[in-house]
Ligand binder design. Sequence first.
Ligand code: ADE
Ligand code: ZN
Length: 346
Amino acid sequence: MLKVKPVAPERLPELLRRMPKAELHMHIEGSLEPELMFALAQRNGLTLPYPDVEALRSAYVFDNLQSFLDIYHAGTLVLRTEQDFYDMAHAYLQRSAADNVLHAEIFFDTQTHTGHGVSAEVVISGLHRACVDAGTELGISTGLILCFLRHLSEREAFECLEQVLPQRDLLLGIGLASSEMGHPPEKFARVFARARALGFRLVAHAGEEGPPAYIWSALDVLKVERIDHGVQAVQDASLMARLAHDRIPLTVCPLSNLKLRVVPTLAEHRLGQLLEAGIVATVNSDDPAYFGGYVNQNFTQTFAALGLTAQHAWQLARNSFEASFIDEAQKRQYLDQLQACFETFA
Ligand code: ADE
Ligand code: ZN
């Protein structure tokens, strides 16, 4: 393990901003900023139930995951055309490049949009075109991960999977999102088995609000390769040992956990404990337009609250590339860039 030279606390935010990183847990619909939401509403002849951007932003106060999901779904109503999905993803990728994100694995869902009369084909085509352009314009590599909505049925997840198969080659993986409590991973055992047989990489949200048992079943029933959130694992010592031993990454989202009241304050966040236990934890933004920050804000605010160090920064950035689904040669290149950043920073 690289022994990182100590960095003075006042210089740590600069290091966190500058270090190369991958983002592995963000929902593209959660990057739709109020300004773009109003612009898309106008372009599509729709009226938002808020007079202006400030009024909309001030509605972003949540009690829990469900109270957020209700507002989030209302925001997706402005997305109607391929160009809308392109513009949303293009904005996120530009914003992320400014945070020195070299690689982004982007969650999206089609069930929300097909429920509004927008086809899966429109959604995927717009997102994919933005990813291709980001590769050439910004040098960012990307992957698209389709999340099933777990509050809907297994049958609807199967239908969703069938709908996207014509564009299968544009997709990296399958995930599971939306209301966690009462919708355990095993509800989707058969559709995840089908996705696995089709060669998709698999991830699932588990242990955000839900119990450690949901993390166990995401691993053992769905056979996912990464757990999204997973912070409730701290309640179960044998699960912590399993995650560390099998090097199952957790894509942790500290500002999301704060805004959705999974933790009362950032100072009580367990990111440090997860790292101390040897778990491959990463830092991500989840829904940056709603939770008060993109990935670098998650890093700087969490490091300030927990008193984490440059050694932790290096570990988290390294974990982000290790936990990603990029090929080994590309991974090596990104890790070399990370090493060069830390060497020149000192
Ligand atoms: N969809 C968007 N953000 C989510 C989150 N934090 N948990 C579950 N589903 C989501
Ligand atoms: Zn999420």
